[in-house]
Design a protein around this ligand. Sequence first.
Ligand code: FES
Length: 168
Amino acid sequence: MSAYVSKPQPPTQDKRWKLVDATMRRLGHQSRGLIETLHTVQEAFGYLDESALRYVAMSLRVPLSRAYGVATFYHFFTLKPAGKHTCVVCLGTACYIKGAPQLLDAMQKDLDIKPGETTPDGNVSLLTARCLGSCGLAPAVVYDNEVAGKVSPQSLREHLSKWNHHES
Ligand code: FES
């Protein structure tokens, strides 16, 4: 069999793939790290999609079907974004100190959702991450694919109300 010519490339330039790469590196790119790696993907992106599963499978050298098998077997994995919009609040140390808990409070007061939950209308899912790798921006939030820094409860609310008013 031919050797790997080059390392698989992450599906996008999104910085969150660095977290996934770090997990795989820590686990020595072994196939037994599959579940933990998929956890990192889910934590960072909120769901698993085909490109993510493919990338992890190639990197850990397991068949894609096995990645799908694991992703569909365990109920804690989600195979697509639950809500139309996803808000990831970083709870890493830097962000925590700079006010991430107040952001979660604001989400809970305004939308009545906790981390891991989606609003009943399916519009917004709230997720948390350990460190988005942008500590200089603390507290950092990812609104869908866009990273925002120095987020205040006020600016968070403004963003959420935009999502609520533009139904697209
Ligand atoms: S702790 Fe939030 S980006 Fe690092």
